[in-house]
Write a protein that binds this ligand. Sequence first.
Ligand SMILES: NC(=O)c1ccc[n+]([C@@H]2O[C@H](COP(=O)([O-])OP(=O)(O)OC[C@H]3O[C@@H](n4cnc5c(N)ncnc54)[C@H](OP(=O)(O)O)[C@@H]3O)[C@@H](O)[C@H]2O)c1
Length: 315
Amino acid sequence: MPTNTRSASGSWVRSDIKLTGKTVIITGANTGIGLETAIDLVKREARVIIACRSLERGGDAKNRILEETNCDEEKVVVKQLDLSSFESVRKFAADVNASEERLDILINNAGIMGSSVKKTSDGFEINVGVNHLGHFLLTNLLLDLIKRSAPARIVVVSSEAHKQAKRIQWDKLNTENSSSSFGKYAESKLMNILFVKELVVRLEGTNVSAYALHPGAVQTDLWNHMFDGDVSCWRSCLRCCTYPIRRVAFKTAVHGAQTSIYCAIATELANVSGKYFSDCKIASESSAAKKLEDAKRLWEVSEELTGLTLTQQTT
Ligand SMILES: NC(=O)c1ccc[n+]([C@@H]2O[C@H](COP(=O)([O-])OP(=O)(O)OC[C@H]3O[C@@H](n4cnc5c(N)ncnc54)[C@H](OP(=O)(O)O)[C@@H]3O)[C@@H](O)[C@H]2O)c1
C-alpha cells in the first residue's frame, strides 16, 4: 500500500492489509470491542491470543471467532488472565514468554467502569487496579518479547472520559471515590494515556510504537457493569431508561473496534508513536494527559505498586 494512502475512511478501517505470521494478544477479548477487534485481526490471518478472565467465556468467544472467520482452530488461543490479580498477570506473562516466539501486537483493551467488587486481590482500587496497574505490569513483563519481535505495536484502549479527571490524585491513588466510581474510571483512563507517553520515551530506538485511543461511545456490557452491585431504585431506573438511548445513539461493537484495529495495522502510523486517536485519526488529549512529568512519576509509582522494581532486580 502506498504510504500516502490512509488505511481508514472516516471512522472505518478500509485497509485490506494482512497480518500473516503475526501474533497478537488482546486483553478482554471475549466480548465487546475486544471480541470484534479479535475477529477482524483473525480475518487478516493473525494468530490471536484472547486473554480472558473466564476460560468458559473465552471458549465461547473462540467458537464465535471460528464461526465468523472460518479460520483454522490454532489461529485462536484462549488464555486465562485476571488483571485484578498480579499473580494472574505474572502467570499469564510467564506462560506467554515460555510458549511464544514472537508478539507483534499487544492490545490492552480489557476494562471496567465501576464494579460491585471495590478492590483488586492485591488491595488496589478496582478501576485503577484493572485498567492501569494490571496492564502496566502485563506490558512490562512482555516487553522483551515485544522488542524482539520489532517492528511491533502496543495499543492501549483509553477513553474520552479521561478528560473528566483533571489530574492524577497522587495522595488518593488507592482511595475509592465516595460518590461514584466514575471519577476513578476517568482517572484510570488518564493513566492509560500517561502510560503510553512514558512508554514511548522508554521504547525509543526499539522500533516498537505505542498508541492510546478512544473507541467512541459503544453499546457494550461496560455500561451494564457500571451499575453492578448498586441496588438503589434510581440507579436501576437509570440503567433501564438509558438502554434505548444507548442502543440507538451509541456505536456498535464492530464500529467501536475500528480505531483499535486502525492503530494495530495502519502502515502510516509507523512513525507517529505516542499519539491519542479517536475515529481512526489523531485526536486531542487533555492537558493533564500531556504532562510528561506526571507520565514519568506514574511509571515510577506503578513500578513500586506492582512490585516490578523487585522483579527487575531479581532477574
Ligand atoms: N463501551 C464504551 O462506550 C467505551 C468508551 C470508551 C472506552 N471504552 C474502553 O473500551 C475497552 C473495552 O470495553 P468494552 O466497551 O468492550 O466493554 P466490555 O464489553 O465490558 O468488555 C470488557 C472486557 O474486559 C474484560 N475484563 C474486565 N475485568 C477484567 C479483569 N479483571 N481481567 C481481565 N479481563 C477483564 C471483560 O471480561 P468479562 O466479560 O469477563 O467481564 C471483557 O472481556 C475498555 O478499556 C473501556 O474502558 C469503552
